[in-house]
Design a protein around this ligand. Sequence first.
Ligand SMILES: [Zn+2]
Length: 311
Amino acid sequence: MCQALFLPPGPSGGRACRARFFFLLNVDVSLMLAIGEYTLQTLDVQYFSLDGGSIFGVVPKVLWEKMIAPDHLNRVRLSMRVLLIRGKGRNILVDAAMGTAWSEKMKQIYDLSEWRLDEELQRADLKRRDITDVVFTHLHFDHVAGAFEERDGRLVSVFPNARFYVQRKNYEAASRPNMKEKSSYVFPFIEALEKSGSMELIDGCVELLPGVEMILRGNGHTAGHQLVRITGNDKTLVHGGDLIPSSAHLAVTRGLAFDIAPLEVIRDKIALLNDLLEKRWLLYFAHDPFIEAATVRRGEKHVVVDKMVKV
Ligand SMILES: [Zn+2]
């Protein structure tokens, strides 16, 4: 059971080539997903590219390139979709993509797409100031940087009325990164988060609102990695963070080369997959280039997507 954290209500208010594999799947085309008292919507804000080897770790290219086709530099196109959760007078985001505060050189390295935050918020009839909470699964740059933008030479919050939630253990890891993760935790964004005055450090499982929980799981990707689980009316969706970032990572041994403890990732993935299978929970993919969310089933060799759900 999570500790409860009920705060007063706030104000209301370039893609990859699809591999053949995905055409065979079922799709549920509802555009906004209702779970209990909450509605969920994807903000399709930004795409980037990472080296295929870093995304699939020890998996040989001949296998992963059948799932997601690489570009001429061996990079794989990935989404950095943001999940919007609305209800009880709150507009909550899970993660914030990369945003705009990057040099031309870095934009090129990551083949960073345009930043469509305002257009996507407008589609939800919201403005930046309406966002009340941002939950970071972890503070790697592709999850935190978009919450900040450069103004007069300083990094400032994009969401002036939002509180930012991160696990204390993850904040500590980001503040003093180990050698492996030094380039994943980009210091100016961690410093901007500290200076924002809006950071809330949490410990373990915490219920942000009834039915919206932050769960400490995925410490093998990075210390203090958390998932977000939304439950209501017999329906549950789990945001897979970087524990299961795409449908291509459903096989338990397909981990990211960034993972700091691959065996821990495997253990946590098995536990999550068991819940998804037994309880028919939906899984939300942060980085999948094509699929926002899905139910899963046992396949011949490993767990696979059963029904895709558009969120
Ligand atoms: Zn990531």
